[in-house]
Design a protein. Sequence first.
Length: 90
Amino acid sequence: MRGFTNWTSRAAAVIATALTPGVAWAQGCSLCYTQAAGSGARAIAALNSGILVLVVPPMLICLGITWMAYKKRSEFNEDLPGEPTDRDLS
């Protein structure tokens, strides 16, 4: 049952993402778009580099936190004394 619920929630997330209009993913600021479109090739390359510089550090921080949480997941999941475990139930 748990696998079905997990699969259903993932499918719902994919469907919701697919049905979201593309405009919702962009800022849509006409002034920014006009300035970027009117600039030269070097300015566009600098803008693209700036976007990468602003995206990479938060992504690495999130990946690091996720990795640390994954490594520490069993540290707080110890069996309490006196409680039945999965091995005892089978």
